[in-house]
Structures are given as C-alpha cells and as structure tokens.
Write a protein that binds this ligand. Structure first.
Ligand code: RNT
Ligand code: ZN
Length: 419
C-alpha cells in the first residue's frame, strides 16, 4: 500500500488552490445518507412463504450461487457489505421481506412482521426505509392500484395503507424518518384504447391510501414513475407525467417524486430533470441504478451520469434535500461484490462532485464569463480525486482500493458457497 496520508496531503494542496476545503467536503459526504437496498442480496425474492417469482416487468438475470434465503442470511450479507461501504447508510427493505412462521398475505402485513428488521436496525443505529411490494403476486398479474376490478384494487390499497403504518413503526423504533417508495408495474403489452381510466383508478388508490393513513407520522412517500417494463412495453399507468402530476397536485410535504435513473427513454437523463423539479419541489427520492439499453438494473458505475447527478445536486444545493437510494439487482456476480461496488460508486460520485469549485464556476457564470466556466469545469475532470477517496476509505476503516475484495471472496468460500 502506498502512503495514503501523503497522497491526501498533496491532493489537499491541489484543491486548496481553488478554494476547496477537502476536510469539510469529506464531512458533508460522510454525513449524507445513502439507503442501501436489501434486494440485491437475493434477486428481489423476499421471504414470503409462497413462491411467486419476480414479476412486474423487472428481471434479475444470472444464477450466481450464494443468494440469501433467510432474513438472518440477508442481514449477515448486508453487514458484510457494510464493512466496506464508507459513509452514513440506511437500509431499504421491501414488504415481501417480512418475517413470519406462516404465509401472511400482502393485505395482512403488520409491524410485528418487521420487528426483526427493526431490532437489527436499532442495534446497528441505522434508519430503515420501506417499499410496498405491488408485484410478484398472483393478484398483480393484470394490474394493482390501477385495476378496474374493485376487489383487486382494494387489496392493493390495503397493502399500501399497511405499508405506511409499518413506515411509522420504523420511524418510532429507529427515531429516523422512513422513506417509502411506491412503485406499481401496472401497464399493457399493447397500447390500450382507454389510457385514462387506469390513471384515474391509480389516482383514486393513492388518494385512498394517503387519506386513510393521514395520521401517520415520520414517513415520506416517493411516487416512482417508469417508461415501460418487460411484457408491458406499450403503456405504463404510473408514467412520468402521471406521477409528476400526482405529486404536484397533492401538494403535501411528504409526497414526493421518485426518479429512478433507469426509468426513462435511454436518451433521457435524470441529471437534466433535477433542476426543473426543484423549481417546484422541496425534495426528491432518487433511485440510483444503471440501465443498459433498458431498465436492466446493473450495478451502479462511477460513470458520467452518476457523477453528473451528484454534481447537479451539489450545485443546486440540494444534496441534503435528496433521499438517495440504490436500486439494482445483478444475479450474475457475487452479490456482496455488487453491493460494495455499487454503493462505493454512489458515494464516490458524491465526493467527486463535492470536490469541485462549484462556487467559483457559479461566479464565473454570473459574470458572464462562459469561456472560463468551461475551462474550469474541464480542468477538474483530471483532479487528483482518487487520493482523497483512498484517504476517506482508510479513515473510515472501509478498505482502501481493492483491499475489501479478498475479504469478500473469503466470505463467499466460507459462507455463501455453503448455503
Ligand atoms: C422497478 C423499480 C422499483 C424496484 C424495486 C425492487 O422498476 O425501479 O423501484 O426496482 O422496488
Ligand atoms: Zn426504482
């Protein structure tokens, strides 16, 4: 290992030339929570006592051995991954990750089914986020909250209500607000003749869920849109316009937009939407993923779009207003490697964005010096960022460079492959 401290001291000098206080930026980066999704650990399978398979137009492809099969295994795997992820974390779980001795249907779930998660989170001093599971269920085959079948719709409305109560339970147990994400896969393979009625049903369902649980405290609700899913390519009830319209019209502090980086046309980017949305909204829930040609949910990379999203949040001054959550599920590689890589990359992009002379560039722009603005922004692409990142990882005790990889491989041999 090279002299990490020495590298950091040099980098600090480099950044100081541009008025950047590296230590202050490290503090901000470290304190900004990222919500680590539990579902990378078992390909979104969950622990219900009935097999229904992953549906809803999403897919976890690959068959890498070692997926968690119980909540104990999943928590152990999350803990292993957390050993190598610097910065404040929350854990994000789905309703189908309940713990019960017998099958409990989605319209019957209660806080007690999530007590194991809450106990664990309290022990670790972390917050929990939550997601209704409006998919992977026999009653979600055609539609859920947008259904015209009143029994089906009522079933899912009940699920949504119960999830909000579980969110409050997490808030009460952990003392940290619980961010709930509502995503419904409802759509159609072909273009429907009536594209309005499903939207009106969906709107009514969300209204009912929020109205019936308006006493719920400590919960923030993201409404996640999508452009299409596998098998439902032509129509999505919860499209971007629908979800944005719903959130704006609801005009409630706790109802916010969820922007998933994989949920738009491949030439559309979330980074370009944030500034417009923040003109109307106080906060946003971000699902950080990596779409390859479609919403393929690849492990988050340290790529241009992830960096641009973080740059945008820093420059808008909205890093502390944005709930950042990861959302990917790669079943073709070691799942802990997937988590560590994706979460480290998300954090890395955040630090990369913080270590830029945002104030200097804003000033140049305000003065109309667009030539200097370009020159400065380009100069920073090759700043000695890695030296600061390595120091941060060392300081947090999370492993410098690839130090963590051997440990995860050993865990694979000793634990994952024995399952
Ligand atoms: C699906 C959405 C959604 C899910 C999780 C499992 O396209 O992105 O957020 O990935 O709820
Ligand atoms: Zn998502």
């Amino acid at each position: 290992m090279y002299d990490v401290k020495k590298g950091y001291e040099l980098a600090k000098e480099y950044y100081a030339q541009y008025g950047i206080d590296v230590d202050r930026m490290l503090e901000i980066c470290d304190a900004t929570p990222i919500s680590m999704h539990c579902w990378q650990g078992d390909d979104v399978a969950g622990f219900e006592k009935k097999e229904s398979g992953l549906t809803g137009g999403i897919q976890a492809t690959g068959n890498y051995p070692g997926a968690a099969k119980t909540a104990q295994q999943l928590r152990a795997d999350i803990e292993k991954a957390m050993e190598f992820i610097p910065g404040t974390l929350k854990v994000n779980i789905h309703a189908n990750y309940l713990e019960a001795d017998t099958f409990v249907d989605r319209n019957e779930i209660e806080p007690k089914h999530f007590a194991g998660w809450a106990d664990w989170a309290c022990e670790k001093g972390i917050g929990l986020d939550f997601n209704p599971t409006y998919f992977s269920h026999p009653k979600s085959e055609k539609a859920t909250l947008s259904s015209s079948d009143e029994d089906i719709r009522a079933f899912w409305v009940e699920h949504g209500k119960r999830c909000r109560r579980i969110g409050q339970y997490f808030y009460e147990r952990t003392g940290k607000p619980c961010v709930i994400n509502h995503w419904t896969p409802d759509g159609d393979k072909e273009f429907p003749i009536d594209t309005l009625t499903p939207r009106l049903q969906l709107k009514k369902s969300y209204d009912e869920i929020f109205e019936a649980t308006k006493d719920v405290k400590g919960v923030i609700d993201g409404i996640e849109s999508k452009v299409f899913g596998i098998g439902v390519e032509s129509f999505t009830a919860g499209s971007h316009e629908f979800c944005m319209g719903y959130v704006m019209k609801a005009n409630k502090d706790h109802i916010i937009m969820t922007l998933d980086t994989g949920h738009y046309h491949p030439t559309e980017v979330v980074s370009a939407k944030l500034g417009a949305i923040y003109a109307f909204c106080d906060s946003v829930l971000l699902h950080v993923s990596r779409p390859i040609r479609w919403d393929s949910d690849h492990v988050v990379a340290f790529d241009d779009e992830t960096k641009t999203i973080m740059e945008e949040l820093v420059r808008l001054g909205k890093l502390d207003k944005t709930y950042i959550a990861t959302d990917f599920f790669d079943a073709s590689i070691n799942r802990i490697v997937a988590w560590v890589t994706g979460l480290r990359n998300t954090r890395k992009a955040m630090l990369y964005a913080l270590l830029q002379p945002a104030e200097m560039m804003k000033k140049l722009e305000a003065e109309g010096d667009v030539s200097a603005r370009l020159a400065v922004s380009q100069e920073f692409k090759a700043a000695p960022f890695a030296l600061v990142w390595d120091y941060y990882c060392q300081k947090s005790g999370k492993g410098v460079g690839l130090e963590w990889l051997e440990d995860v491989k050993k865990y694979e041999k000793d634990v994952l492959l024995k399952r």
